[in-house]
Design a protein around this ligand. Structure first.
Ligand code: ZN
Ligand code: ZN
Length: 430
């Protein structure tokens, strides 16, 4: 009989007709329950961390623990099993002498890993967002950290909602690590002194508390993201950015810019303290080097961005959800920090754009964008329940009569490829 004395037993899973565990002490289990999720069976060594007899002598429920080679960074993945899908984000500015060779090395290492996402490398470093079973996702990040050039990267992990958060893996050379108009290969990204001063999440919270209680008015809080990201969540006191794409961000760059749309217009570049933030930190690091070149002296950024802040500080000083650039689109603070309290919704004034339906401007309860059901429009917009049902998931009435109309998405998933809807329609009797 299996009991507590055997809970650290070694076992090998063999891919035969039905998963079977052969244990070192001669016990064979022919039916097991495993959190497999889209993985193929491969023979492998596992550690049986606990076992429970659910039906006398016939059925055992076994939970597994990771025996992989990468347990030196367990803090990467709190409360996830190796089969749970996670999303990993990291970036690092470092000189890479031969980026094409580096790409080849990464492609070789990841060839058998089940990871999907965007990994871009160039002479200035790496920028990566990808999803996968946590064992695979962690293996890649840990492999990278074994290289001294990348040993201190901040790897951020969050739970995936429904398997992969990206359709496939794109791992390649890219001339620019972030989308920003113009050629920035000349920017001194590799020199930390040319960027904003990074603040830890707790230092950031203290500054915001000071700023928001009007104890120091010499601050400007700059949301460096897109307007639609601000619409579902932002730091208290941050103005809605007047940009629809970070690529076009030009805060503080033009002498003649309209002060109403540019929070950095007419500020004292030497005295004003600019607190800038973005999702994961990379946009601020890049943009702050541009602002430094333009004479801004007191630039501060949030280390690791909002995602790192929510993990460490919860939803203090934060309002709403965090927009993310993968199929999840929106994450509550509790995704990063289960202890985080429910997010506060501010008192909305009539001209406050936060959490407003794009169509009728009423307040939305679900802080999550959707794509227009018209494939040829595909606009990402925030929409109330009533407008979703009235316009069948479209952004406007014109889109409802489009030839490539997809069915309304019922929940927080993304649309599938068009041919799936097209083929389905063609199979329907006319
Ligand atoms: Zn509406
Ligand atoms: Zn549309």
């Amino acid at each position: 009989m299996w009991n507590g004395a055997h809970t650290a037993a070694m076992a090998t899973i063999t891919p035969i007709h039905r998963p079977t565990i052969f244990c070192t002490f001669g016990f064979t289990i022919t039916a097991i329950k495993l959190p497999l999720r889209r993985r193929k069976w491969k023979p492998r060594q596992i550690a049986v961390s606990s076992a429970r007899l659910t039906q006398p002598n016939t059925f055992l429920s076994v939970s597994l623990s990771n025996l992989g080679p990468n347990d030196e960074h367990p803090q990467l993945l709190p409360n996830t099993s190796e089969e749970d899908f996670v999303v990993v984000n990291f970036y690092h500015f470092v000189f890479i002498e031969d980026p094409e060779a580096e790409v080849a090395k990464h492609l070789y290492f990841t060839r058998d890993l089940d990871i999907h996402g965007r990994v871009y490398l160039n002479e200035q470093g790496i920028n990566a967002q990808y999803s996968g079973p946590s064992k695979h996702a962690r293996a890649y990040a840990n492999w990278l950290r074994e290289d001294p050039r990348f040993s201190d990267i901040l790897v951020q992990v969050s739970p995936a909602i429904n398997g992969h958060a990206f359709p496939k893996l794109k791992l390649r050379y890219k001339p620019s690590l972030v989308q920003l108009e113009g050629d920035f290969s000349h920017l001194p990204l590799l020199d930390p002194s040319k960027r904003a001063t990074p603040l830890t999440p707790s230092e950031w919270r203290e500054r915001l508390e000071t700023m928001n209680s009007n104890r120091d008015t010499n601050y400007i809080l700059l949301d460096i993201r897109n307007g639609y990201e601000w619409d579902i969540g932002h730091f208290q006191g941050a103005q809605r950015p007047t940009v629809d794409s970070f690529r076009c961000t030009s805060f503080g760059l033009s002498e003649t810019k309209d002060a109403a749309s540019d929070p950095l217009a007419n500020v004292d570049k030497e005295k004003t303290k600019v607190l800038m933030y973005c999702t994961g930190g990379i946009r601020c690091d890049v943009y702050s080097t541009i602002l430094r070149e333009r004479g801004f002296q007191n630039l501060y950024t949030l280390k690791g961005g909002v995602s790192n802040y929510l993990k460490d500080e919860g939803s203090e000083q934060w309002v709403g959800n965090l927009f993310v650039f993968d199929s999840r689109l929106s994450l509550p603070p509790s995704a990063y920090n289960p202890e985080a309290g429910s997010c506060r919704t501010p008192q909305l004034s009539a001209n406050n754009a936060f959490a407003r339906c794009y169509i009728c401007t009423s307040q939305v309860s679900l802080l999550r964008h959707r794509n227009c059901a018209n494939l040829d429009c595909n606009l990402l917009f925030l929409c109330c329940k009533e407008c979703v049902s009235e316009l069948r998931g479209c952004c406007c009435s014109e889109c409802t009569s489009s030839p490539r109309l997809r069915p309304v998405l019922p929940g927080p998933q993304r649309y599938q490829k068009w041919h799936i809807y097209r083929d389905f329609q063609q199979e329907q009797p006319t």
